[in-house]
Ligand binder design. Structure first.
Ligand code: SF4
Length: 279
């Protein structure tokens, strides 16, 4: 059985998310787009959108105030690869100006395979992929639609496309030597009994670790009336996944501090100041 303790890099790391990717290429039923991508399970941080240049100014402001940031990446507020140009440009700028920080993205995986090479060229070394189901019948209860070119695919058709895209994307990243961490939101009566299957599927692809996050309903989403995941459910999910691959603690520290608060100042205030300076 694998340890459920967080890796050393997660214990000491502060992740900073640069909000440059507005669009999304799927629709999760638990998503409230007034907030950052729910696949990251960041609590209560209103979405802000920056240009790549503004994101660099924001990064400098955060680094001037905090000394525990070790990883910088793009995780939304939509999907990092639904708007790949802005994401890649931002990551290239970070690599040029702050090469000492680990670069990462967070994605639903739909467009991961086609951009894996470009991500490595932009200096990305870690990819977080949200995988909430590996069975199309279950995934169809999590995702409303999945974008395929100019069409939206609904139900199991869209779910199957997403799962296959995630498989190809993860395989492409591992072939390129990237670290891949899967993120699974545990949703009662939808995927809570499916976690062992997800973990086994991820392990077979060589995924490096899994973060399990508890579902909390966002009122404005289609699953707004769905019950939240309980502590007992999360414990059972961790026990089901642990035999397959290392489990990692969610980085609540950096989510709350690095982007939620900057000293006593709210991140949104800092972001607005940076926007005003650039205007
Ligand atoms: Fe929302 Fe899902 Fe898109 Fe994230 S991947 S922005 S949760 S629809």
């Amino acid at each position: 059985m694998h340890s459920t303790a967080p890796l050393d890099s997660e214990l000491s790391c502060g992740r900073l998310h640069l909000p440059v990717a507005a669009r999304c290429n799927i629709q999760c039923k638990y998503c409230d787009r007034n907030y950052d991508c729910a696949n990251q399970s960041r609590p209560g941080v209103a979405s802000e959108l920056l240009t790549p240049t503004q994101a660099l100014a924001y990064l400098d402001a955060v680094l001037a105030a905090k000394d525990d940031i070790t990883a910088v990446g793009v995780a939304g507020p939509g999907d990092a690869l639904a708007d790949p140009e802005k994401t890649l440009e931002t990551l290239r700028l970070v690599a040029q100006t702050h090469p000492q920080y680990t670069r990462f993205i967070s994605t639903n995986g739909l467009a991961l395979a086609e951009h894996a090479q470009a991500l490595t060229e932009a200096g990305v070394s870690r990819v977080y992929v949200a995988v909430n189901a590996v069975d199309p019948a279950i995934a169809a209860r999590v995702y409303y639609f999945v974008r395929a070119g100019k069409r939206n695919l609904f139900g199991q058709e869209g779910a199957a496309l997403l799962i296959e895209s995630q498989r190809q994307g993860i395989a492409a990243c591992k072939a390129l030597g990237l670290e891949v961490i899967a993120v699974c939101t545990v949703i009662p009566d939808i995927n809570d009994a499916h976690v062992a299957d997800i973990a086994a599927w991820l392990a077979a692809l060589g995924v490096d670790g899994l973060e399990l996050t508890a579902f909390h309903p966002a009122q404005a989403s289609p699953l707004g009336a769905h019950p939240p995941a309980t502590k007992a459910m999360m414990l059972a999910a961790r026990e089901a996944a642990a035999p397959h691959l290392p489990l990692m603690e969610c980085c609540t520290h950096c989510r709350a501090d690095a982007i939620g608060l900057l000293g006593e100042e709210k991140a949104t205030t800092v972001l607005n100041k940076i926007k005003a300076m650039a205007a």
